[in-house]
Design a protein around this ligand. Sequence first.
Ligand code: SAM
Length: 217
Amino acid sequence: MFDNVAERYDLTNDVLSLGQDRRWRKEVAKAVDARPAQKILDLAAGTGTSSLPFVQAGAYVVPCDFSLGMLRVGKERNSWLPFTAGDATRLPFKDDTFDAVTISFGLRNVQDTDAALREMYRVTKPGGRIVISEFSHPTWAPFRTVYTEYLMRALPPVARAVSSNPEAYVYLAESIRAWPDQSGLADRLTKAGWSKVAWRNLTGGVVALHRGFKVHS
Ligand SMILES: C[S@@+](CC[C@H](N)C(=O)[O-])C[C@H]1O[C@@H](n2cnc3c(N)ncnc32)[C@H](O)[C@@H]1O
């Protein structure tokens, strides 16, 4: 599916999120607290757009994804990034490799969420952190109603106009509705071994930013 939308993926994001995606990415960068000399894994990085804020902060970033189509477009746009092909549930990295691991709008798409959370834990150094940015569920009921209408009615026709594969955006709406809420995802993180798990809502809960730490062993 991502191979098919790769070419117009970044443009479609901007349009469908009404430009909010740029703000969400800035918040992810703050939560990761990327600094020079740090090694960061950006998992399910797609075209690498989610990796750029960490490069700007001076960190060494490895964008990893299993869609060769997304990686190819990423390589065309950001050729200096060390794009790596890999499956989130069987990461091609040694234990305790990264200071931080992050995944933006990717975890919902991974078939085995819990396996990916455990793999991200394995490759993180003790003391390191995980930051997940993912669509979630607005907390204020009236806003949730309006947002659900947007997802189910407005988004598919807009996607038909902008995207090369509108079906992918029907999947987007359905997968967001089926995704666990903020506390449900926090529980999954804790079960995978992460400590001090907390989250913060962005745009009223349209997106949730989850953070956790790998305690020193
Ligand atoms: C919505 S895109 C997110 C891309 C990027 N992180 C961003 O914020 O724009 C989701 C990505 O997850 C990747 N993905 C899904 N399952 C994966 C898996 N098991 N292993 C690696 N990447 C995966 C897809 O190939 C796709 O590029």
